[in-house]
Design a binder for this molecule. Structure first.
Ligand SMILES: N[C@@H](CCC(=O)N[C@@H](CS)C(=O)NCC(=O)O)C(=O)O
Length: 207
């Protein structure tokens, strides 16, 4: 398997999952800061121009964080990241999708790529502000609807934790915004996991 990633990007969630699974994998750098997502070589791999991308051993390419996380969790059940019960599966996917489909783009892409949300450069500061407010609201919702204990899901550690990890990491370590105590504790618990430490080190990220 090969993960196309960029340091500091959401792809770190998939990297964490790969490290938890412990199967051999390669990393392919797609440096977003150098605009590598726009190169014809990368567009040939993912026409959507985004990381993460997972190239499977059978040559199939998977895109979208939710789909990749699901695939890895379900394909390697022995790693224990994907529940067996259908209700638990649906709840887990709902959580991952909330992170990938709402928290990431509305809360953080607004802050990191404000120019994509307004044609008027003078409005970009307002877009960033809006992203901060939205992100704070999303973390409040996650806190208020938390069903697990240390980990997001009541049945234990799962792909949902890897998904929460990248947005809480951005919030606390990159943007410096306060998050509810439970989410701060979750980040601390994640940072204590050897798989997370390996993923951060390999991605050139430091906690
Ligand atoms: N819907 C995609 C979005 C992934 C995404 O936005 N990735 C960012 C990095 S965190 C990216 O590749 N951005 C490059 C760009 O937008 O030009 C997913 O959930 O996988």
């Amino acid at each position: 398997m090969k993960l196309f990633y960029s340091p500091g990007a959401c792809s770190v969630a998939i990297h964490v999952i790969l490290e938890e699974i412990g199967r051999p994998h390669e990393l392919q750098l797609v440096s977003l800061k150098d605009q590598a997502q726009f190169t014809p070589e990368f567009r040939a791999v993912n026409p959507k121009g985004k990381v993460p991308v997972l190239l499977r051993d059978n040559g199939k390419v998977l895109t979208e964080l939710t789909a990749i996380a699901f695939y890895l969790g379900a394909a390697y059940p022995e790693a224990g990241l994907w529940p067996a019960d259908l209700d638990d599966q649906a709840e887990t996917l709902a959580f991952v999708d909330y992170i990938a489909g709402t928290v990431h783009p509305q809360g953080f892409t607004r802050q990191f790529r404000a120019s994509r949300f307004t044609p008027n450069p003078a409005d970009e500061a307002k877009v960033v502000e809006q992203g901060k407010e939205l992100a704070a609201g999303y973390f409040k919702t996650i806190d208020e609807t938390w069903k697990g204990d240390t980990w997001v899901m009541p049945f234990g550690y799962s792909i949902a934790d890897a998904a929460l990890f990248f947005v809480e990491f951005w919030a606390v370590k990159r943007v410096g915004m306060p998050v509810p105590p439970r989410i701060e504790a979750h980040l601390k618990a994640m940072l204590g996991r050897p798989a997370v430490q390996r993923a951060l080190a390999a991605s050139g990220m430091s906690a």
